[in-house]
Design a protein around this ligand. Structure first.
Ligand code: GLA
Length: 406
């Protein structure tokens, strides 16, 4: 008796028995975020038109559920009661009405705040207002919170993210918590019980491998996943921290943004599927080409991304001299997803030798399906060669050959 009383007293903090909302984001969350294309130009009309476009172009039905408004949505100051207020010039109907509209179309509504005193764009942050803001978000119908890390001074990241987790839980409305701490305090080591996804790096921009201040092209971001933890090559790297309900987030997608060739955009998308990354489109989905639309909604690629086992893929081989990288993702039904990247500046025939995959293939023969070519491509009895555009990808799905067919 005494023991249980003691236990109750010890754990009954001001926040009650707060925890992370379980059962959310069991596969990498999919949706759209305003930042990459619209930055501080986001407004209600763009959000409504984006949602309408995503209904028409098949993105909603393909699984892009979360529509997330990033930084710069609020007034520059809180109201007299300390509440965050949506800027009425940008969001004339207010956030509740906008959320109702998105919900009526079958979407979920995401918003942005920051653990510090101000957001990265200089708007009010949630520091010292966590519980109040969580209640505001719940009253608006928020389903997803991206929580940034600007202007946090010497704050401890784990404490700050625990506080917003507890605040959201206490407010009572299930919310996916997207940590945007840029990997500084190695969140993969401690955020599994706090957030549903956590950024691993600084910001992406629409380039293959450029570097612009603290922004990087998608290939540089992909490479960075491999310098985050020691001996990170293969399955024992950062990949092992991801799984259903808790994902490494290499940032939102630039698929369909102007700075990438089609081959680069499709490779970027394929690699985000391979590494079980959240698939937050960042392009202007109201005006995209049919070929980009087809990439973003491709059922076979999305089946790799959304594989229920939730194992993150990893790099098997990187050979800059031969312009090739080979990646694998182990899928729940025993299939393997394999991505072959041409990292060179000209199109080339790239070979994959199945011996690299000894430990996952265990001597079995697999049939090969070429996801983007949409056709069968032989089996793994011999090396596989494909012609790949510069910075492009070949994405394969391998299935074990049935015993009788051997
Ligand atoms: C940071 C984040 C970005 C974006 C901006 C908004 O840079 O990492 O994803 O949210 O802030 O100001």
């Amino acid at each position: 008796m005494k023991k249980s009383l003691l236990l109750a007293l010890c754990c009954l903090s001001a926040t009650g028995f707060a925890q992370k909302f379980e059962g959310l984001a069991l596969t990498p969350p999919m949706g759209w975020n305003s930042w990459n294309t619209f930055a501080n130009k986001i407004n209600e009309a763009v959000v409504r038109e984006t949602a309408d476009a995503m209904v028409k172009n098949g993105m909603r039905d393909a699984g892009y559920t979360y529509i997330v408004i990033d930084d710069t949505w609020s007034l520059p100051a809180r109201d007299a009661n300390g509440n965050l207020v949506a800027d009425p010039a940008k969001f004339p109907s207010g956030m509740k009405a906008l959320a109702d509209y998105l919900h009526s179309l079958g979407f979920k509504f995401g918003i942005y705040s920051d653990a510090g005193t101000k957001t990265c764009g200089g708007y009010p942050g949630s520091w010292g207002h966590e519980f109040q803001d969580a209640r505001t978000f719940a009253s608006w119908g928020v389903d997803y919170l991206k929580y940034d890390w600007c202007n946090t001074g010497t704050a401890n990241a784990k404490d700050a993210y625990l506080r917003i987790r507890d605040a959201l839980y206490t407010a009572g409305r299930p919310v996916v918590l997207s940590m945007c701490e840029w990997g500084t305090a190695k969140p993969w080591e401690w955020a599994g019980d706090i957030a549903h996804l956590w950024r691993t790096t600084g910001d992406i921009y629409d380039s293959y491998d450029g570097v612009k201040g603290w922004e990087r092209g998608w290939k540089k971001i992909l490479d960075l996943q491999y310098s985050l933890v020691e001996n990170s090559q293969g399955p024992d790297g950062i990949a092992k921290y991801a799984g259903p309900g808790h994902w490494n987030d290499p940032d939102m997608m630039e698929v369909g943004s102007p700075g990438l060739t089609f081959a680069e955009a499709r490779a970027h998308f394929s690699m985000w599927c391979m590494i079980a990354a959240p698939l937050m489109a960042g392009n202007d989905v109201r005006h995209m080409t049919e070929e980009i639309r087809a990439v973003l909604t491709d059922k076979e690629a999305l089946a790799i991304s959304q594989d229920p086992a939730g194992k993150e893929g990893y790099r098997v081989l990187a050979e800059p001299a031969k312009s090739r990288e080979v990646w694998v993702r182990e899928l729940g039904n025993g299939d393997l997803a394999v991505a072959v990247l041409n990292t060179g500046s000209v199109a080339a025939d790239i070979e994959v030798d199945w011996e690299y995959f000894g430990w996952v293939m265990k001597g079995e023969t697999y049939q090969i399906r070429d996801v983007w070519a949409k056709k069968a491509a032989g089996d793994t009895k011999k090396a596989f060669v494909s012609h790949i555009d510069s910075h492009g990808v070949t994405l394969l799905r391998l299935s074990k050959v049935a015993l009788a067919a051997k």
